[in-house]
Write a protein that binds this ligand. Structure first.
Ligand code: ATP
Length: 369
């Protein structure tokens, strides 16, 4: 079947073969990316990997050097030859530092870009968005009297007001404290879905990307490493970098033998790799199920003891020393939901949830930056 969301015509945004350098230093090294109508795509990656540059190219704030950018099937920028200016792109911009007009009220800020509507329709549209974002009560207030979170909501309402087919958001929640951030993320996603705008959102926070995105494009060093749904990236990572980017992992070395790798905490399937291949085994702390001795059948546990245990609130962090059948010892971190605080030195059993364990050839060792 033909996947029509991957043809440039059907997409609100399509970027093809995009390359960009600053003073001869490459920042974006050949990126293909598309956003389908109504789809939220998150550009995720460590600091300096090129996320903002890519977003600025899509917005027209950076002149495209090489490649092609189309909006709704129309080429708007092409390898220095063509460049539609930002204000003609009908794209909503919400950047971390997008300042509100200080001399205009909240309502005036939001109606600013709605010149094509009559006065009444303008106010109605703006008030509707302010209501959806929970700040209708501040319509007459001036920006300097608002909290950071309220200002960000206004900036978002202003960007959404002209009903752009595409929203570009650069770390729009990063200056908010954790509790407020969760709420505003929730509201933003709700509004984006309700108005049906496609969105490209830059973040360096994997949890934010998982929450917001229909698809995530994970970048490293100017290139996209993997694109897919949050579940695809988390559960089927293509590369050690993808695993480590979503959180700390335990790394063990091993060798494929009989289609498996033996580790001090159990055997892991690796039958797609050649016999004798040196591998790295990445084990998420959540993959280690730790119980007091005797709870599991003997065949499913390995002998270990607690080196350190910390209660973190919603989970407990354990440092373990595991003793393998082959006499090898490994130090591992486990994260256990709820309150489980064994004593240091206590013997425990470990059961491995292999859906959270990933095996890669040893040569591909990469640690998230
Ligand atoms: P962050 O999360 O820290 O914002 P990012 O992934 O958005 O990072 P970019 O801001 O796109 O990364 O930067 C990519 C690379 O390009 C970096 O090495 C950066 O130093 C460089 N760079 C970005 N803008 C410029 C500029 N105007 N002049 C020179 N170099 C730049």
């Amino acid at each position: 079947p033909i996947d029509d969301t991957s043809t440039p015509e059907a997409n609100v945004l399509a970027m093809e073969g995009v390359r960009h350098a600053f003073d001869g230093l490459p920042a974006v090294k050949g990126v293909d990316l598309h956003v389908a109508p109504g789809e939220v795509v998150c550009l995720l990656g460590p600091s300096g990997c090129g996320k903002t540059t890519l977003l600025r190219i899509a917005a027209g704030l950076e002149t495209l050097q090489q490649g092609r950018v189309s909006l709704n099937g129309q080429t708007i920028a092409e390898s220095r030859k063509r460049h539609l200016p930002p204000e003609k792109r009908n794209v909503g911009l919400a950047f971390q530092d997008s300042a509100l007009f200080p001399h205009l009220s909240v309502l005036q800020n939001v109606t600013f870009g709605l010149k094509q509507l009559s006065g009444e329709a303008r106010t109605e549209r703006a008030m509707g968005l302010l209501k959806q974002l929970g700040i209708a009560g501040y319509a007459d207030a001036y920006p300097h009297t608002l909290s950071g979170g309220q200002q960000q909501r206004v900036a978002l309402a202003r960007a959404l007001a002209p009903s752009p087919a595409l929203m570009l958001l650069d770390e729009p929640f990063s200056s908010l404290d954790a509790r407020l951030r969760d709420r505003i993320r929730d509201d933003t996603l709700h509004v984006l879905k309700q108005v049906g705008a496609g969105a490209l959102l830059v973040t360096h926070d994997p949890e934010e990307a998982m929450f917001m995105a229909d698809r995530i494009a994970l970048m490293r060093d100017g290139a996209i490493v993997q694109t897919g749904t949050p579940k695809e990236l988390y559960c089927s990572p293509c590369d050690p970098f993808v695993v480590t980017f979503f959180g700390e992992v335990n790394q063990l070395d091993g060798v494929v033998s009989g289609g498996r790798v033996v580790t001090p905490v159990g055997k892991v399937e690796a039958d797609w790799l050649p016999e004798g291949e040196a591998v790295q085994v990445l084990i998420r702390p959540e993959a280690l199920r730790v119980t007091e001795r005797h709870d599991l059948p003997a065949s499913r546990h390995t002998h270990s003891h607690i080196v350190m245990a910390k209660l973190l609130g919603r989970s407990s962090l354990l440092h373990l020393c595991a003793h393998g059948e082959d006499g090898r010892e490994a130090h591992l971190h486990a994260r256990i939901p709820g309150v489980f605080l064994p004593a240091e030195g206590q013997q425990v059993d470990i059961h491995l949830d292999t859906s959270q364990v990933f095996v890669f050839p040893a040569g591909r060792r990469v640690v998230a930056g």
